[in-house]
Write a new protein. Structure first.
Length: 143
């Protein structure tokens, strides 16, 4: 005769759920990842970028050791909050820019002091502001 087998009661501990793969394993590293629109490195500027266009400016020629009142005319100038003169992409401390005076969106004026001894040549007048895109204005220091 066989010994009787007694049934063991089922455990009251719930069964473990199957393990989820780690987040890094969800997609292979070599799989192409989508680029979010704000991460794109090429293409047109975002819609909120202000495009500044300069149609006229004066004076075009500066002299070392002189102070002039610069006037720029165009569109998008209300967004300009600073102006610097640079050489080689670096602000040049020999050019001092005074307070900016806006006349609506179409013009801006400021005093520009050119230090003595500034070499003859071309210098970039760079307009700055939040979300601003503007080509530099090329100024000449001459005799």
């Amino acid at each position: 005769m066989r010994p009787s087998v007694t049934e063991v009661p089922a455990s009251t501990v719930p069964a473990a759920e199957p393990a989820q793969p780690p987040v890094s394993a969800a997609a292979p590293l070599d799989a192409p990842q989508p680029i979010a629109p704000h991460e794109a490195t090429t293409g047109p500027p975002p819609a909120d970028t202000v495009q500044v266009q300069i149609s006229r400016f004066s004076p075009r020629t500066l002299r070392a050791g002189r102070n002039v009142t610069m006037r720029l005319e165009g569109s998008g100038l209300a967004s300009v909050n600073a102006v610097v003169v640079s050489v080689g992409g670096t602000p040049d401390p020999r050019f001092r820019v005074g307070a900016l005076t806006h006349s609506g969106d179409g013009s801006i004026e400021f005093n520009l002091n050119v230090a003595r001894g500034v070499p003859l040549g071309s210098y970039a007048l760079v307009l700055q502001g939040a979300n601003l895109r503007a080509a530099p204005v090329i100024l000449e220091v001459s005799l």
